[in-house]
Design a protein around this ligand. Sequence first.
Ligand SMILES: NC(=O)c1ccc[n+]([C@@H]2O[C@H](COP(=O)([O-])OP(=O)(O)OC[C@H]3O[C@@H](n4cnc5c(N)ncnc54)[C@H](O)[C@@H]3O)[C@@H](O)[C@H]2O)c1
Length: 372
Amino acid sequence: MLSFLCGIHVYLFQVCTGLKEIGVGVVGLGNIGVTHVRAFMNVKGAKLLAVVDTIRERADSIAKMYGLKSYYTLEDLLRDPDVELVSIATPSYLHAPQAIYAMEYGKHVIVEKPMAVTLKGARTMIDRAKKNGVKLGVVFQQRFADDIQRLKKLIDEGALGKLFFLSAEMMWWRSEKDYYFKDELARSWRGLWLTEGGGAITNQGIHYVDLLIWLGGGRVEEVVGLIDRLTHPNIEVEDIALGMFRYAGGHLGSIVATVSVQPQNAQYTKIKVFGDEGCAEIHDRNLAVLKTVKGIEAEVKMVEEGAKETLRQPPNLHQKMFQSFVDALLEDRDFPIPGEEGIKSLEVIKAIYLSSKLGQRMKLPLDIDMVI
Ligand SMILES: NC(=O)c1ccc[n+]([C@@H]2O[C@H](COP(=O)([O-])OP(=O)(O)OC[C@H]3O[C@@H](n4cnc5c(N)ncnc54)[C@H](O)[C@@H]3O)[C@@H](O)[C@H]2O)c1
């Protein structure tokens, strides 16, 4: 008992004096894994210790560049006692098994979106975090963009009145040649139901499904969907998805997510929020429109028109998000986006797929055994 109390005192002392640092390992060093590495290098209270990739040269070169240990298997990372937090950025089908494995070793886990390719996988992850007394967080870095946080605050303060409609358009481009079939690694998981879990709305559009749910009050009750593959003949998954939903508050929402907009045309993302006292629009990540009957009209930004880069993510949003996760760990609070939040967008997306397939409206929560 005495040694337990002493332990707590030492821990609190370390946290308060900034001496306690959470040891971190990043798994998967592709497009976004390198963003995790760069972001964690700047997170206070975290010490990035190691990276893992099955492509050995990748692991070794990133480890050398940032002065880290390199591993080629998740198991070797998990055996490292200094690693307390594992950040997973591997292909989507590996998220659930790797997260569950890491939690069995008592590690806290942050996992890229989609948190799993099946609802069953996602629910098992949530259960396993509870059972093992570790924290599970899901990456939705767009929530940390300044203007999106500002809009969330305005909505929560009632500046737009009672919401009646939210919508999102994600009009992007991903080519078969340079994205889905770019190389052996891309061909091994992109564009396939079992490994990517879905197409435009699962891999890219999930960010906007998450934002619509979060901005709209957190709970969707009913979903109608339609998906198709219209411009990418050689992939299995959809390249366009439309969803309509009813929130628990009675208001409505809609989304279109596509990767079929040719790059020479404008690629863009828009989120629109309408309440009975005002409306707002986010264009890409900027608050571009804000009007209310009370005359609150914030400085709004002119957003550049034209072709945009939508593949690379700026590391600053990941950094902000990881900082808030690490702060939560150090203060023993829940992660700001725990598994229970991460699963919401996945469930809405699965409902869009089921609705499209069955030609029916889907009520949430879904029957887990109906969903692949
Ligand atoms: N948050 C975002 O904005 C964002 C952006 C891009 C990708 N993502 C998500 O991140 C994940 C990875 O996407 P990506 O584009 O970086 O993929 P990628 O194919 O470019 O990279 C995946 C990496 O994981 C490695 N890997 C594969 N199996 C492994 C294993 N068993 N153990 C360790 N490493 C392994 C591969 O060698 C590769 O380096 C996907 O789930 C994707 O949806 C999120």
